[in-house]
Design a protein around this ligand. Structure first.
Ligand SMILES: [Ca+2]
Length: 447
């Protein structure tokens, strides 16, 4: 479908309406700064019997270029496409099945995760249940954080730059210092907050040795794993999460090129200047981007009372190995909601539950038990005990909330579970207590 988002703009919406319809509607979303329909999400949710709607963000493509000098596209991206597409998708579902859907759900991660929180904040009646992963909350700040990270490591020719083999050494040292803090040397950090990483132990010293850091490189690593503060001295964005596996992959933030997210956003949204390239970035640019905050794309409203009072349930997860959007941003937003609504965790639990998933990269993949049923190919089961989407369905329809989020570590075939781990509901944290190997679910305790 083509759906108008204003008198002079439109979006594309696609519906997959299954024969095995369960009476459940779901909206699926977008990724990054682009606008594409995510067919794997429509495929996944329709296969589970949902009437599934996918939509672009008012434009197609995988960059922010269509937003250049185009406020309608920015408004669609910030919030309007999801809400407008959902209204249209629900109407279509109702017409096709000759009755309104019993319940309406939302599934999304990253940019899609942010869009889910946006719905909970600004369109609280759209959904009964929202599954939002690794949300890009604080969007007008994360773009500046990317520029900051590039400045920490510099260009490949600079003294501070670390080639991939040194980032591998850094990862090994993070594990040496922090892996056992959760009780198990399993290569996974259950609680990166406990990891006060000290990169200076890797400084070369007299004579030097293989795999050591210069002072400039140690400073770069410390900068990456330090919070990012603005001109006014206030926190703009949290640190990169220690425990991201820089032996397995080199995050694009650290590869010696200006952050693509920063370049894309400042060029096409903040300055409408396609020559801006990230090398000139200052804290003043960060302040400008945050002050601009077009159509409140920040998505930082801490009042979810309207969503809660209509009975909505928000289930959210964030990988502890997420190197695109640090998990700490989900923790900071949770704290913001708690203070704004004056509710401690046991009261937030009634409608808002946050789970950190050890060994999960950005939205999926990683070294641990990351397969929680968040998308096609990320599940080892379709029951509510092993699938986050179906756990949300049970919470909404039966009033039984998930106490833990169980994830599977998948074998090389990408399907067979090697082991399971029960991820804890924030602010509880997982600790290995034994007996049995770390691969035993029962050897861990949330406390
Ligand atoms: Ca560990």
């Amino acid at each position: 479908m083509s759906v108008a988002t204003s008198e002079s703009s439109q979006m594309h919406v696609e519906a997959w309406l299954p024969y095995n319809y369960t009476g459940r509607y779901v909206t699926t979303t977008n990724r990054g700064l682009g606008g594409c329909i995510l067919y794997n999400e429509i495929d996944y949710t329709s296969s589970l019997g949902f009437a599934s709607i996918g939509m672009n963000a008012g434009f197609n493509g995988s960059t922010a270029e269509p937003m250049l000098n185009n406020p309608n596209a920015i408004e669609d991206y910030a919030y309007r496409s999801v809400h407008t597409g959902t209204v249209a998708g629900k109407a279509l579902t109702s017409a096709f099945y000759e009755a309104p859907a019993r319940k309406a759900y939302y599934l999304g991660c990253s940019s899609g995760g942010r869009q889910g929180f946006k719905e909970a904040q600004d369109f609280p009646d759209d959904f009964d249940g929202i599954l939002a992963g690794a949300p890009a909350l604080g969007l007008a700040r994360i773009v500046s954080w990317g520029a900051y990270l590039f400045q920490q490591v510099g260009e490949p020719s600079s003294d501070s730059f670390l080639p991939p083999e040194l980032w591998a050494v850094v990862y090994d040292e993070v594990l040496r210092q922090c892996d056992k803090l959760d009780g198990a040397a399993d290569g996974l950090l259950e609680d990166p907050d406990m990891c006060n990483f000290t990169p200076e132990v890797l400084i070369c010293g007299k004579g030097g040795k293989e795999g050591c850091l210069t002072s400039s490189q140690a400073a770069a690593v410390r900068g990456v794993f330090s919070p990012f503060y603005g001109l006014d001295g206030k926190l703009l964005y949290p640190q990169m999460s220690p425990g991201i596996n820089t032996r397995r992959l080199l995050p694009f933030y650290l590869d010696g090129n200006p952050s693509p997210l920063a370049v894309d956003w400042f060029r096409h949204i903040v300055y409408n200047d396609t020559t801006w390239d990230g090398r000139s970035f200052t804290l003043q640019d960060a302040a400008t981007a945050l002050a601009q905050n077009p159509f409140n794309v920040e998505t930082w409203n801490g009042d979810l009372s309207a969503f809660a009072s209509h009975g909505g349930k928000l289930l959210t997860y964030h990988g502890q190995q997420d190197w695109v959007i640090p998990p700490e941003i989900s923790q900071l937003y949770y704290a913001h909601v708690a203070r704004t609504m004056a509710k401690p965790p046991h009261e937030l639990d009634e409608f808002y539950r946050l789970f950190f998933v050890s060994g999960m990269d950005h939205c999926r993949g990683g070294d641990g038990a990351w397969a929680i049923g968040q998308d096609l190919g990320a599940g080892a089961g379709k029951g509510s005990e092993e699938n986050a989407l179906m756990a949300l369905v049970r919470w909404v329809e039966e009033g039984v909330p998930p106490e833990v989020l169980r994830g599977a570590k998948l074998a090389g075939d990408g399907a067979t579970p090697e082991y399971w781990r029960a991820h804890c509901r924030w602010p509880k944290k997982n600790r290995y207590v034994g007996p049995g190997a770390f691969t035993e679910e029962s050897a861990w305790m949330c406390e």
